[in-house]
Design a binder for this molecule. Structure first.
Ligand code: ACM
Ligand code: ZN
Length: 769
């Protein structure tokens, strides 16, 4: 363990330099010594390079341009081959590079008399410049007041740096929502600053085809446009000229643009344009709803193969990337099973089942890429069948598939939903969780780790039009950048968070509308024996102002002091602000402070570890669920019939019982078939002398339509007016035990689109008044 110890002491030596530096370097370099003093850049400063190559010259020009944009002067660049280095210069040296320098690595020395960058490639020099930007004031990123700027001070340092992973990616989904060219360029600018080097550009999906293909103009004239639920037309696409422009813009920032044409699923937009591509040939609209659609490409038709070959020809002409992403995710087999051409294809090619058919199709398309020396990337579903040996697997469903892919000899990009999905809310993936990500699976042998190319942040845009993307990307992308660049042993979250705090002025200068680091505000309930709920607001991010709100039944909202004492039923809210610029969504919680709060609950079957609702007291915590099954207040069960026992101590007089269920048909969450409540009177209660009488009462269901598509909360209730005078208010019948016998399906019924799949039962609360 000597090796480990050396590294740890090294880290400890370094940390104070970071902590006390006024500058924040993100991602943290391998070795950095911040030194006293500064190099003053002014109108006399020259930018020099010692080898005359086009890409090194481009880095030198980039430095001049960056300084010129924010100053009253602009340095010039020239070749310098002499042995003495002039004072007041920034030298880019390829000659000084040693053989063991990694391609994207660099050494950056800044001293009072000048700066020197040594690297074995222009990419390394470019990254040294990105580090140097962070040693200049945050104002360096903004053109405001440039005419009065006569100089800049770069903090002295010695930095030795190189990335941990070669693949440091960001995926932008421009299909679900269209992102304009300027937005993409701005995002490329920030990616470069963060030393990210792959833009995975998701250019086609069910809800829109975004890439001009000359041979098939309807892909964009039809496939790029959809009609939203409110009748509005929505869409857009990139012309081939715009694509070339973006690819070049990215290349100048050491970023490879990797296009994704997702096939054979997620193709509804293409099928809307060319119905001949599908099994049914039905004329379909470009959909405006989200999810997985059954209409996919028909691999049984030769026309489909020709079409995709033609599309990929134009894609490869536009994108020089050695990798082309062909998707391959989420392909329902329904249409293929019913299609005579697909069955004929399976027969002719000796394919056992629809999985083999998908695998055949993907391999066929990988061949089209290979013919032009390109490699296919596919989502991890492509592991379910044979695969071209050089195919790159992108793991998303879990990190376990990374190990499986490496065992089969593939290179892997790791971007699991657990850490890398930036469309997920901060309640599931916050900055700290992203920072805890490690692309190397723990069970992978060290000798195989080289197959892990790196990782990627996934910015899916179903629920994020362009104006909401930056608040989802940042600051979480800073964490991903450090995960993918910085050595694992050097990562330390609290140190990182301090640097992020210092980094915000730079993001402000760059005009980035960043969001929160973590769920900005929580509403925490507490309970005592008086039957009220006391709510307090809480945050884990520094520098925020919190507000607590009460939503009144007449629709008005008022700010209330905390702690807020809630009696009866109502809705409480909370909001966070930072510097008046950043405002959180309003968190809203419905509550019902009732008699059974804090009762003891026992289950005949455990609730799902993914949907605990907060644990054993979730059904009696007075907090109601919303229509979002992932809001943390729902308890989810599978397996059909079940029994829940609720014990009241001391016994209570009760006149109303309500049970809350969720109906979310698409997600397989159905209300129960029936619920029976057995109520046991407490000893000494009014009910004659029989303290063990059990009432069995069917509960009234509010679930008129069990197939309803819109998620909703359903209340099953039993009140005193059902004819049972024994539970009327004012009676002294006191109960100490309620048993709920719930009948619910185990699997989804025949009318459901996932007929035979797992049926879920979601309960949020058992309210007793
Ligand atoms: C994916 O999220 N369907 C790759
Ligand atoms: Zn077919």
């Amino acid at each position: 363990m000597l090796f480990l110890r050396i590294h740890i002491s090294f880290v400890i030596l370094l940390l104070p330099a970071f902590l006390h530096a006024q500058h924040a370097l993100i991602p943290a370099p391998v070795r950095a010594a911040i030194q006293p003093g500064a190099f003053h850049i002014d109108e006399e400063t020259e930018v020099l390079y010692d080898v005359d190559s086009m890409d090194v010259r481009a880095v030198a020009e980039d430095i001049c341009e960056r300084i010129g944009r924010v100053s009253s002067f602009r340095p010039s660049a020239r070749l310098h081959t002499g042995t003495t280095i002039p004072r007041n210069s920034i030298l880019l040296s390829l000659r000084e590079a040693t053989e063991n320098m990694l391609p994207e690595g660099y050494v950056l020395r800044i001293a009072p008399n000048g700066a020197r960058i040594t690297a074995s490639s222009a990419a390394g020099m470019f990254y040294a410049v990105q580090t140097m930007r962070q040693l200049l004031p945050a104002r360096f990123e903004s053109t405001a007041g440039r005419d009065t700027v006569r100089g800049w001070d770069a903090t002295c340092c010695l930095i030795v740096d190189a990335p941990r992973f070669a693949w440091r990616g960001l995926m932008l989904d421009c299909a679900r929502h269209f992102l304009d060219v300027d937005f993409i360029k701005h995002t490329l600018d920030v990616m470069a600053l963060l030393k990210l080097n792959r833009l995975h550009w998701h250019l086609s999906d069910d809800q829109g085809w975004r890439l001009e293909i000359k041979r098939y103009p309807a892909l964009t004239s039809v496939g790029a446009w959809r009609t939203e639920a409110d009748g509005r037309r929505y869409g857009g696409y990139y012309t081939q000229q715009q694509v070339r422009d973006i690819v070049a813009y990215a290349a100048a920032r050491n970023i490879t643009v990797v296009p994704e044409i997702d096939m054979p699923g997620h193709m509804r937009a293409a099928i809307a344009a060319y119905p001949v591509l599908s099994c049914t040939q039905e004329r379909l609209e470009v959909p405006h709803t989200w999810g997985v659609f059954k209409d996919v490409l028909c691999p049984g038709r030769d026309e489909t193969l020709t079409f995709m070959d033609d599309v990929l020809d134009e894609v490869m002409a536009l994108f020089p990337s050695q990798w082309i992403h062909l998707g391959g995710d989420e392909v329902p087999p329904d249409r293929w099973e019913a299609c005579s051409r697909c069955r004929a294809r399976m027969e002719n090619e000796g394919l056992q089942d629809v999985h083999a058919l998908q695998s055949w199709f993907m391999t066929r398309m990988a061949g089209t890429l290979a013919a032009q020396g390109r490699r296919m990337i596919g989502w991890d579903e492509i592991l379910s069948g044979p695969l071209a040996p050089d195919a790159v697997v992108q793991c998303w469903r879990s990190i376990d598939s990374a190990t499986a892919a490496v065992e089969r000899g593939h290179d892997v990009i790791v971007s699991p939903t657990s850490h890398a999905y930036f469309d997920y809310p901060l309640s599931r993936i916050d900055m700290e969780r992203v920072y805890a990500f490690d692309p190397i699976p723990t069970d992978l042998k060290p000798s195989k780790q080289g197959h892990i190319l790196g990782g990627e942040a996934e910015m899916w845009t179903e629920r994020a039009p362009q104006d909401r993307i930056e608040r989802r990307l940042y600051p979480r992308l800073l964490a991903m950048a450090e995960v993918l660049w910085t050595a694992e042993l050097q990562r330390n979250f609290s140190n990182f968070r301090d640097r992020v705090t210092k980094y915000y002025p730079r993001l402000d200068s760059l005009g980035i509308r960043y969001g929160f680091e973590t769920l900005p505000v929580q509403l925490l309930p507490s309970y005592d024996s008086s039957g009220v709920i006391t709510f307090d607001t809480k945050t884990r991010q520094g520098g925020l102002q919190l507000q607590c709100l009460e939503f009144q039944s007449n629709g008005s909202v008022r700010e209330v002091a905390t702690p807020f004492i809630a009696t009866g039923a109502g809705e409480v809210g909370a909001m966070a602000r930072k510097n008046d610029r950043l405002q959180s969504d309003t968190l809203r919680l419905c509550y019902d402070a009732h008699e059974a709060m804090l009762a003891r609950v026992q289950y005949s079957r455990p609730y799902s570890p993914h949907y605990t609702g907060g644990g054993d007291s979730a059904l009696v915590d007075g907090i109601l669920g919303s229509v979002d099954h992932r809001d943390g207040h729902w308890q989810g069960f599978t397996g059909g019939d079940m029994v829940i026992d609720i014990r009241l101590d001391p016994p209570r007089s009760v006149h109303e019982l309500q049970l809350g269920f969720l109906q979310h048909t698409r997600a397989g969450i159905l209300p129960p078939d029936s619920v029976e409540a057995e109520i046991r009177f407490a000893a000494g209660s009014r009910d004659d002398n029989d303290t063990r009488v059990v009432l069995t009462l069917p509960l009234r269901s509010a679930a008129a339509d069990r197939k309803g598509e819109t998620p909703r909360r359903l209340v099953y209730s039993l009140e005193g007016d059902t004819g049972e005078d024994r539970i009327r208010p004012g009676s002294d019948s006191r109960f100490d035990h309620i048993r709920l016998s719930i009948k619910a399906p185990k699997s989804l019924p025949a009318w459901h689109r996932n007929n035979g799949g797992t049926a879920w039962l979601f309960i949020d609360e058992c309210v007793l008044h």
